[in-house]
Design a protein around this ligand. Structure first.
Ligand code: ZN
Length: 179
């Protein structure tokens, strides 16, 4: 690393730690979308200012709340409380405690999602899009009930997303600064 890069890196790091995280991202675990997510966050002015949490299926994953032993994949949790929604909400809570400047939640869904296929079955693309929208809307409402001070944005990335050339469609938005 050159001296110039090092100085810039340290200045950015100092700036970030002074301002802290302003958003929590919830995304699917899928490796294909992290570059697109980083690009979108930069475009939203939140470059380097977010905590990151991943659950297979993003908003669907955050609402998996099946009875113990029902449809959860193996290995099944030992304790009934260890379901995915609980894990998400505890992390959201912790992120807000650790980084009190967090005021946004960004949820990144994506098309051709293996988690949607695993939990809901195979479906044509237009039906998958509807399901992403449905779970995104429900999650916006859930986060609002959990913490009305947060604003949540949800979007679905197309498979093969090219963020430089595409305007991001916001599926659902709500909370302190939303409609
Ligand atoms: Zn996925």
């Amino acid at each position: 690393m050159s001296q110039e890069h090092r100085t810039k890196f340290l200045t950015n790091l100092k700036k970030q730690s002074a301002e802290g995280a302003e958003a929590l991202i919830l995304s699917c675990i899928d490796y294909r979308f992290f570059h697109a997510i980083a690009t979108e966050m930069k475009r939203a002015g939140l470059d380097g200012k977010y905590d990151m949490f991943c659950l297979a299926g993003a908003s669907l994953g955050a609402q998996l709340d099946f009875p113990p032993s029902a449809s959860l994949p193996n290995p099944k949790p030992f304790l009934p409380r260890a379901h995915w929604q609980q894990v998400f909400l505890e992390h959201l809570n912790l992120a807000c405690q650790l980084h009190p400047n967090i005021k946004y939640v960004w949820v990144f869904e994506h098309m051709q999602c293996g988690a949607y296929r695993t939990f809901l079955g195979s479906m044509p693309p237009d039906e998958e899009e509807k399901q992403h929208e449905r779970y995104a809307r429900e999650l916006v409402f859930l986060i609002y009930k959990f913490n009305p001070g947060l604003t949540t944005y949800t979007c679905v990335l197309p498979a093969g997303h090219a963020p430089e050339s595409t305007e991001l469609d916001i599926l659902a938005c709500g909370g302190a600064e939303g409609e």
